[in-house]
Ligand binder design. Structure first.
Ligand code: ADP
Ligand code: MG
Length: 336
């Protein structure tokens, strides 16, 4: 639900922008979808007419829906072998999958290596324990012994990606994949590459611009939510291209015995990471931005900065006291 709050704030800001531009840019349109990646998606952009915009937005939606189904680990879809199928066949058999699943998993394997295992989609066995604990009628904290046992089943040598055969096989029956840290940004990147210039695509706060808002090059305005939620936005950013993605501890969290547990798990401990309240990453590639926001969230700042430098990305960290830290080029994107 928190996720929806974040998205609603972004929508509210977009709404203000739309009203604010009504005189100068009557050709700006926006549409919201509620059924993708368990979050809120908005597509905003210039078009000659409502009909022209609808057809562009429909193309974005169709692309995202295809990925939503392929990367879903909870639901089955008629005639689709998706990541749930792959997980269900762990230790059983290789699964013939769509080439897009192979492409995503090859990228995810690279991302695990790039981040030194900080973002590891092969740790579904651990993540599913947290998911089940959070979604239970009475939420609980997973047992530490069970978490430690699950952590033994998170390697990549047991995930066999056969590009020639077009199959994926998890040879360890206790292992699972969970691409939640990567899929929204990765899918948004693909959708953006297929879309015309001048769109802003937000998939649950993974915001991706395919070009400036106006033909004059005016930037989009993207809000960074205050992790405390009370004062709305910490900052607004200017974005003309590329992606801005935030990972925060205020999303998908729950409280047990007065302690709040959130959904971004430190692979070193198997527990929700405690370094930061939120991390916002700006990066040309939306998939990489999504990876980096999760990675930086579970890493000390010096490790995160090394990753940013390597990837040519920028970030803002917010710690538990509300103190903000910028990477060297982040301020260039801050409007206010
Ligand atoms: P959100 O999905 O809320 O935008 P993230 O991109 O940071 O936030 O991804 C969080 C999701 O990724 C979690 O719900 C979980 O499924 C998964 N996840 C959590 N921690 C990790 C991790 N260290 N490595 C890989 N996946 C993770
Ligand atoms: Mg992420």
């Amino acid at each position: 639900m928190k996720q929806y709050t974040a998205a609603a704030l972004i929508l509210a800001l977009l709404g203000l922008m739309l009203c604010g531009c009504a005189h100068t840019s009557p050709e700006l349109y926006s549409v919201t979808y509620w059924d993708l990646f368990d979050t809120v998606t908005t597509v905003t952009g210039r078009a000659e007419s409502q009909e022209a915009f609808q057809s562009v937005a429909q193309g974005v939606y169709d692309t995202l829906l295809r990925y939503h189904r392929l990367f879903d680990i909870y639901n089955e879809y008629d005639g689709v072998a998706n990541l749930k199928t792959v997980n269900d066949n762990a230790g059983v058999a290789p699964v013939a999958v769509d080439p897009e699943i192979i492409a995503l998993l090859l990228d995810c394997r690279e991302y695990a290596s790039l981040t030194g295992g900080a973002v590891n989609v092969a740790m579904g066995s651990v993540l599913s324990l947290w998911h089940d604990a959070r979604e239970a009628d009475t939420p609980y904290v997973p047992d530490s012994g069970v978490l430690a046992e699950a952590a033994l089943h998170c390697g990549w040598d047991t995930v066999i990606i056969d590009q020639t055969a077009g199959t994926v096989y998890i040879t360890d029956p206790q292992q699972r994949l969970d691409v939640g840290a990567v899929a929204k940004g990765w899918a948004a990147q693909r959708a953006a590459e297929e879309a015309p210039e001048g769109l802003l695509i937000s998939v649950g706060g993974n915001v991706c611009a395919t070009g400036p808002k106006t033909e004059d090059g005016e930037a989009w305005v993207v809000g960074i939510q205050d992790p405390d939620g009370s004062s709305g936005y910490l900052h607004t950013l200017s974005l003309t291209a590329g992606a801005a993605v935030t990972s925060g501890d205020y999303q998908r969290c729950y409280t047990v015995d007065g302690v709040t547990y959130h959904h971004i798990i430190d692979p070193e401990t198997g527990m929700p990471s405690e370094y930061w309240r939120s991390v916002t990453v700006i990066c040309a590639d939306s998939g990489l931005a999504d990876v980096l926001s999760t990675a930086l969230f579970v890493l000390p700042r010096e490790y995160g900065q090394a990753l940013l430098t390597q990837c040519g990305a920028e970030a803002m960290w917010v710690d538990s006291l509300g103190v903000q830290y910028y990477s060297p080029g982040f301020a260039d994107y801050v409007r206010e």
